[in-house]
Design a protein around this ligand. Structure first.
Ligand SMILES: C[S@@+](CC[C@H](N)C(=O)[O-])C[C@H]1O[C@@H](n2cnc3c(N)ncnc32)[C@H](O)[C@@H]1O
Length: 225
């Protein structure tokens, strides 16, 4: 049986959030007992940023929904064209764990002068954001519409929230959504919101502790340039 040490735990109105260290040295994040992510298979978290930034000619303002263990944010900050990255994370404890070094790579990342962290629900942050505030919007707050960790996130994959994400993205930019499973309904909704020819579905094979899986990205391009 695999040995796992609890590193940190927090309780919020959404339930229990636990950070554990496995015997392979990896950190693992769980919410209400459900695996959220670890520090080993992070290729698609990074690709979420890399893909969107590669498509943009001058991505200066980036919004990341869901800090997690910070791999998407790290990939955003690796791009020197980015002038500011706003991260919206609903769990204050997670922000503290990164800021204080419970997650060892966290302090340096969050000390980057381009980073602004808001502890909030991304759905509300999108509603409150001004029009065309960002060049790129990256959403990875849950497992995707089919396998929600928090039922309250269902709305984020529907037309109203995606329309807010589109509204706050400048023409020429993109809204990219991460999903743990293929999500045809999400793709169809994004085609309604962004336009029939403006949405790409991308699949990535991943190795989840020896288990072959496929993760998905859905990119909506904001036309108008
Ligand atoms: C899968 S993790 C993100 C992983 C991240 N892309 C990375 O590279 O580490 C999802 C994160 O979204 C946060 N979250 C969940 N629901 C949220 C919401 N409605 N608004 C903002 N953050 C949320 C979770 O607490 C968690 O930190």
């Amino acid at each position: 049986m695999r040995r796992v040490d609890e590193v940190a735990r927090s309780d919020s109105e959404r339930g229990e959030l636990v950070l554990r260290r496995r015997d392979d040295g990896a950190l693992e994040l769980r919410a209400n007992g459900v695996f959220v992510m670890d520090t080993v298979e992070t290729s698609t978290e990074r690709e979420l940023a890399a893909r969107a930034l590669a498509l943009h000619h001058d991505p200066r303002e980036v919004l990341v929904g869901g800090l997690g263990l910070g791999f998407t944010l790290a990939a955003v900050l690796a791009d020197e064209r980015v002038a500011r990255c706003t991260v919206v994370e609903i769990e204050p404890a997670l922000v503290d764990w990164l800021r204080e070094g419970t997650v060892p790579h966290g302090p340096e990342m969050l000390a980057d002068g381009r980073v602004r962290v808001l502890v909030d629900d991304i759905a509300r942050a999108l509603r409150q954001a001004p029009p065309s505030a960002y060049d790129v919007v990256l959403l990875d707050v849950d497992n995707g519409p089919g396998y929600l960790v928090h039922d309250a996130n269902a709305g984020l994959y529907r037309a109203a929230a995606l329309t807010e994400a589109r509204r706050t993205t400048r023409p020429g930019g993109a809204v990219v959504v991460w999903s743990a499973a293929q999500a045809p309904e999400l793709e169809a909704t994004m085609r309604e919101v962004f336009g029939r020819w403006q949405v790409e579905e991308l699949s990535y094979p991943v190795d989840l502790q020896g288990r072959a899986e496929t993760y998905w990205l859905y990119a909506g391009h904001v036309s108008g340039v």
